[in-house]
Ligand binder design. Structure first.
Ligand code: FCB
Length: 477
């Protein structure tokens, strides 16, 4: 029984208070080229691995492709107007490599560059800071045919492409991230094969991860030399990894998955080394013979910021012989050498992706990067949720998505209070879009897209986010 004279716990009061973010906090929304642009064969664009993959039977739900997507290529001005109505301070988009450098080598395609020049100019004209991601998974098919990311030369090709982009847009784009989520490119693309190019070989996945990071380092050097004033970074997708119980075996399972999911990237990028325990865990998969002298120094080329994408947590348990493997991205084959670790669910609420909703995990993740790895400014470059939306009387009242954003922004604020130099937050996503292997069946947007008519309807979460941006924080609850 509670004593009526007892004041409420401090935490409760804090939750109800309005939360203000630091001045200049960069409020944004994110998208990616293949997920929204469409116009797959226009303006000189050639196929990427995602075109090939999505056109291959059985690879995406209902055979969906990005051929048309949100038709953003033809609706750029309307979409920028929607961003301006939201009051976005920044827009994070990615460049389609085969649109600007068809085939992945040789000269730039002027028509492709013009599209991004127009985008950037319209953003700037609307007071929206462009944030450019160079690689959000659409490798030119020709480079995959030449070996893809497991081949070392792809890193050099990526640096050339980055040079071409900074030559074209370096005068007007300040924020650049090289890679988006190299874990997905490497371990879903070449490990489990649920993402393009759909290959499945543990050693190739590890090599791909290394060459992605090498390409990142080379690109940072090229960008830095061209534009010393630019803000350069990389985006990694991180997960807190929690053992299901405190048993030594479960804790070891958590150590292994943390190694593959998080430290595989954080340690080389921010410390210039692979963790010893990870190398040992992978001993049966690879001898790391693909790592050459000097690679790790290149990979650890100094940055200006780190982008963190956060969606959920992994809870794992020690292997049990004969246990049934988890489907999709937790499929055993995206964890080479640790295939038998079990991913467990806790029965907490999940999104339409079946991802557990875990806002405190964002605090944990940001604090970890700051406290264990770097003093650099951090940005949440993606955070969001898929839910089933219904259009009723021309409106979409996405209360679940709104609550997800609200909880995670409260977590972001808590992380700032704990000393994390968090400088911005990008909602995933501006628009409903092509959700990779799930096609158009999962909606992450703050703006609803009717794919038949290409009508856009800002959802309740969009209106709410506009208010958050206007206040630079959250209203009292
Ligand atoms: C991230 C991707 C992004 C989107 C969200 C839901 O892993 O970077 O393109 O698919 O997940």
């Amino acid at each position: 029984m509670s004593n009526p004279a007892t004041p409420p716990a401090v935490g409760v009061l804090d939750e109800r208070a309005p939360l203000t973010f630091p001045p200049g906090f960069l409020w944004g929304a994110a998208t990616a080229a293949y997920q929204i642009e469409g116009a797959a064969a226009e303006g000189g664009r050639t196929p990427s691995i995602w075109d090939t993959f999505s056109r291959t039977e059985g690879r995406t739900v209902a055979g969906h492709t990005g051929d048309v997507a949100c038709d953003h290529y033809h609706r750029l001005s309307d979409d920028v107007r929607l961003m301006a109505e939201l009051g976005l301070k920044s827009y994070r988009f990615s460049v389609s490599w085969p649109r600007v450098q068809p085939g992945g080598s040789g000269p730039a395609n002027a028509e492709g560059l013009d599209f991004y020049r127009r985008l950037v100019d319209e953003l700037l004209a609307n007071g929206i800071e462009p944030w450019l991601t160079l690689y959000h998974w659409d490798l030119p098919q020709e480079l995959e045919d030449a070996g893809g990311w497991p081949a070392r030369d792809t890193a050099a090709r990526f640096a050339d492409y980055s040079q071409l982009m900074v030559d074209a847009l370096g005068d007007r784009v300040k924020y650049w991230t090289t890679l988006n989520e190299p874990w997905c490119s490497a371990f879903l693309g070449y490990g489990s094969g649920v993402h393009a190019p759909g290959r499945s070989d543990g050693a190739d996945a590890v090599r791909a991860g290394h060459h992605l990071m090498l390409g990142h380092g080379l690109a940072v050097q090229a960008l830095r030399a061209a534009r010393p004033e630019a803000q350069l970074g990389v985006t990694v997708n991180l997960y807190p990894v929690t053992p299901a119980t405190d048993s030594p075996d479960d804790r070891d399972a958590a150590r292994r998955i943390d190694g593959l999911a998080n430290r595989f990237f954080l340690d080389p990028l921010l410390r210039g080394q692979y963790p010893g325990d990870l190398v040992a865990d992978l001993a049966k998969v690879t001898d790391f013979g693909h790592v050459r002298d000097g690679d790790l120094a290149t990979i650890a080329t100094p940055l200006d910021l780190v982008g963190v994408n956060y969606y959920s947590r992994h809870v794992v348990a020690a292997p049990v012989p004969g246990a049934k493997p988890e489907p999709y991205w937790r499929a055993p084959s995206c964890w080479p050498g640790s295939e038998d670790v079990r991913f467990v669910t806790r029965g907490v609420p999940v999104t339409d992706m079946n991802w557990e909703i875990d806002a405190p995990g964002l605090v944990e993740t940001l604090r970890r990067v700051h406290e264990e790895y770097t003093d650099l400014p951090l940005y949440v470059t993606e955070n969001g949720s898929a839910f089933v939306d219904a259009v009723i009387d021309g409106k979409v009242d996405d209360v679940d998505r709104l609550a997800y954003f609200d909880a995670h922004l409260r977590a972001a604020h808590e992380a700032i209070g704990a000393g994390v130099p968090l400088r911005g937050y990008f909602a995933w996503s501006l628009l409903d879009n092509f959700e990779w292997a799930w096609g158009y069946t999962k909606r992450f947007g703050m703006i609803y897209v009717d794919y038949d008519s290409q009508t856009r309807i800002p959802k309740s979460s969009a209106r709410w986010y506009a208010e958050v941006i206007r206040r630079n924080g959250l209203a009292a609850q």
